[in-house]
Write a protein that binds this ligand. Structure first.
Ligand code: TYM
Length: 339
């Protein structure tokens, strides 16, 4: 195994993504993964596929395995460098589940009941409101705290979970003495919540039933352009960022994230031009950005041996960081030392 090349002077970044579905969404990319990539040059980074979290909703085992490998290959295709950063599967490091148990024993039923994602998901999966769905945020806190992460790059929908992780850490520190780092969220100012192309009041999500609502990062150029052409807008014909123009605001946000232009620059660029022109420009810009990712994904997914080498090493590196945390936590809570 190559040595963990983390510098002692750099802060630690950690984030995970669920492997549900065939591919990541444009929301995942803009809200999280594109930032994961950028942060690698300045920080020590740990990035993973949250397969333990994925089974909080029903999964077909063969599909989950396939999707998890695709998610790992997608993560690398998006620029995560398995030499520089730790890139691993959550289930390959037992410390996550072990720490989750300990933290769960001081997390209150009331605080977990307030999690909006739990409420949403239990409404959506009313026939499977399992204990894992309820304690999901404790596992997420364990993911973060096991590495003593300083910063967690996420979209806005995960902010409440991060706040809970901070509370859990604070409570532990109060009881057992300062130990866990309090993690800060790293949420992009633009693109913190990419909305559905078919209903701009809803988050873009891979579980949306309408296939035109969501762009997947592995969609081909024609598909991307077609979905943007069909995006819901409004009855005006002016490209302008304003209240009540959710559809256009969302497209402007996406365009801004990919071109670096601010809203007034985009308004000038499309002044006097209709929505058709604007939608085509957004579609082409997004498709051009996604093309090299798709090509790299196709190369990687056919090289299973290389992927295995990367995730095996990723798991070893992840364990080398978290094993010390677990041993100290077990000692602090009063377990007899194993050695
Ligand atoms: P997940 O898999 O739902 O999403 C992965 C990341 O993508 C962001 N995201 C979005 N950002 C902007 N607009 C959207 N429409 C959009 N949809 C998703 C999410 O905020 C997230 O950052 N519980 C987490 C995974 C997780 C995790 C962790 C994250 C497990 N352990 C530890 C951080 C740290 C989740 O389900 O994300």
């Amino acid at each position: 195994m190559s040595e963990l090349n983390f510098s002692k002077d750099k802060k630690l970044i950690l984030s995970l993504i669920q492997p549900t579905g065939n591919s990541f969404t444009l929301g995942n990319y803009i809200g999280a993964i594109s930032n994961w990539d950028k942060l690698q040059s300045e920080y020590n980074c740990v990035y993973g596929i949250a397969d333990l979290h994925a089974i909080t909703v029903r999964q077909d085992p063969a599909e989950l395995r396939k999707n998890s490998l695709r998610a790992y290959a997608s993560m690398l295709a998006c620029g995560i460098d398995p030499q520089r950063s730790v890139a691993f599967f959550q289930s390959h490091n037992k410390c996550h589940a072990e720490l989750s148990w300990v933290l769960g024993c001081s997390t209150q039923f009331g605080e977990l009941s307030r999690m909006t994602q739990f409420k949403d998901k239990s409404a959506k999966h009313a026939d499977n409101i399992n204990a894992g769905l309820f304690t999901y945020p404790v596992l997420m806190a364990a993911d973060i705290l096991a590495y003593n992460a300083d910063l967690v790059p996420i979209g806005i929908d995960q902010k409440q979970h991060l706040e809970l992780a901070r509370n859990i850490a604070q409570r532990f520190n109060q009881k057992y003495g300062d130990f866990f780092t309090l993690p800060e969220p790293y949420i992009p100012k633009t693109g913190e919540k990419v909305m559905s192309l078919q209903d701009p009041a809803k988050k873009m999500s891979k579980s949306d039933e309408n296939p035109n609502a969501c762009i997947f990062i592995l969609d081909d150029k024609d598909t991307v352009i077609r979905k943007f052409k069909r995006a819901v807008t409004d009855s005006e014909a002016e490209v302008r960022y304003a209240e009540g123009k959710g559809g256009i605001n969302n497209l402007m946000t996406i365009y801004s994230c990919f071109t670096g232009k601010n809203y007034s620059e985009i308004e000038s660029e499309f002044s006097g031009r209709g929505y058709g022109d604007f939608k085509l420009a957004v579609g082409e810009t997004v498709a051009d950005r996604l093309e090299p990712i798709r090509n790299e994904f196709n190369r990687l997914i056919n090289d299973k041996a290389y992927l295995k080498e990367c995730y095996t090493e990723g798991a070893q590196r992840a364990q080398s960081i978290t094993q010390r945390t677990i041993s100290k936590v077990y000692h602090k809570v009063g377990f007899v030392d194993a050695r």
